[in-house]
Ligand binder design. Sequence first.
Ligand SMILES: [Zn+2]
Length: 287
Amino acid sequence: MPELPEVEVVKRSLENKIPNYIIRKVAIKTPKLRYRLKKKEFKKLIGKKILSIQRRSKYLIFNFHDNCMIVHLGMTGKFFIENNSSIKFKTSFYYNIKKNDLKHNRVIFYLNKKTKLIYNDVRKFGFLKIFDIRKKDYITHFTNLGPEPLSKKFEFSYFKLHISNKTKNVKNLLMDQRFVAGLGNIYVNEVLFLAKVNPYKKSLNLNNFEIQRLIKNIKLVLQKAIIEGGSSIKNFKSVDGEEGAFQQKFKVYSQEGKNCPASSCNDVIRRSIISNRSTFYCKTCQK
Ligand SMILES: [Zn+2]
């Protein structure tokens, strides 16, 4: 599943190419994605200029004058851009475009200058929804989201205030989208290892140093991953076989049984399950 860095990478590549294009036609090839796509809604975009593209948590937001389109990539959603000489551009370097991919094109936006924006999704868990721009702040997908982890708002006093009565473990805390938006299983595992915090530790028992290490490493790991172009995720990999650069840098995620990467440690990486999600950690390094 694409996590925050992967979605940010897609956003940045779209941002470089797509704004100021006008939508001429929308062809819905597969209406049945996670939510059914309504032709009537997409008609509202015809003749409209794409003004800007934003990211909130793992959602992409395409802004138009009167409307906005929210996109969630689900497990395998991706965008291609095809220009007037039929050259396809991918929006992230962690997948290749293969002929076989074309059958998974779900929505095609025909733009001016003979350009196409193509939404492709093998497993169809993603979605695209159109909203009135005036209602953007009240979209249910956004109303319960906590601050962006890379924003200034996500800092020590916010963190401290929100854990004062929380008995839930720190792994579940960081996975909670109401506390911080966009962190997923891969990056939470990595962050807890780098911050030397045990995933089972109760949130209210975190001391000030641990809080500071968590915040610092959350920001660091996400920024690094964005620079690397996002990690290669299983579902992406099976589509194209290409691996992103960040995957080779995982310290604990998916490293069960391997030696702990800390040079002074002789322990191995363990795997256990917290709230149905695989948790990888070193018992010795993470207290
Ligand atoms: Zn260790």
